[in-house]
Write a protein that binds this ligand. Structure first.
Ligand SMILES: [Zn+2]
Length: 205
């Protein structure tokens, strides 16, 4: 583990480096993120995030457009415990619980509840919340450059046995610029690996 990773607070819900997965729910489970504000970018649904992460998203989207002449938008950012509860219930109703658990987090276990995670899509929309987003200019640019703005691809391809989720090329998590650069340099492919945590393929009960 790197010195920066070892020094990070991954347990406190309000820490910028809190790690939430299927074995690490929020404490308290209905934690509400502080300092939320609207993210001033194009969106499918109006996004809010914690202030530092919102600023980073604004910079990252602007850099993408400056470099490529193309655009991206926010699909979904902060989701409260209560909102996540209804999102998850919707997946269970349409696909059943086992399938829902591969795609949507149970309330109290979603990274979106941190106020530090964002689902990003192309604008105009193509491959929204689909694995083919990885092959769009937006998806490719994010995979290569998001670390410079403090973000990591949270659910990479082939790492379901560690993260508990299928490949989500649209879901990015803010951990701060210094740590994201360290993560990128370390060669780690999941935050679990980077922070020396055990795999979290499934809920404990
Ligand atoms: Zn997401």
């Amino acid at each position: 583990m790197t010195a920066l990773a070892a020094a990070a607070d991954i347990d406190t819900a309000s820490s910028l480096t809190v790690i939430v997965n299927k074995t690490r729910p929020f404490d308290p489970v209905d934690y509400a993120a502080p300092d939320l504000r609207p993210v001033k970018v194009a969106y499918a649904n109006p996004p809010t995030m914690r202030s530092e992460a919102a600023t980073a998203v604004e910079k990252m989207f602007a850099a993408f457009t400056a470099e490529t002449g193309l655009a991206m938008q926010s699909q979904s950012a902060y989701r409260s415990y209560t909102v996540q509860k209804s999102v998850y219930a919707g997946w269970v109703a349409s696909r059943g619980q086992a399938s829902a658990d591969q795609t949507s987090a149970r309330a109290g276990f979603s990274e979106h509840q941190t106020g530090l995670a964002i689902d990003i899509s192309a604008k105009p929309a193509t491959c929204t919340l689909a694995q083919c987003f990885a092959d769009t200019p937006q998806g490719e640019w994010l995979a290569a450059n998001s670390w410079k703005y403090g973000f990591v691809l949270r659910f990479p391809d082939g790492m379901t046995s560690v993260t508990g989720y299928e490949f989500e090329p649209w879901h990015y998590r803010y951990i701060g610029v210094a740590l994201a650069a360290d993560y990128h340099a370390s060669g780690a492919t999941t935050l679990e690996q980077y922070f020396g945590l055990p795999p979290a393929p499934d809920y404990l009960k």
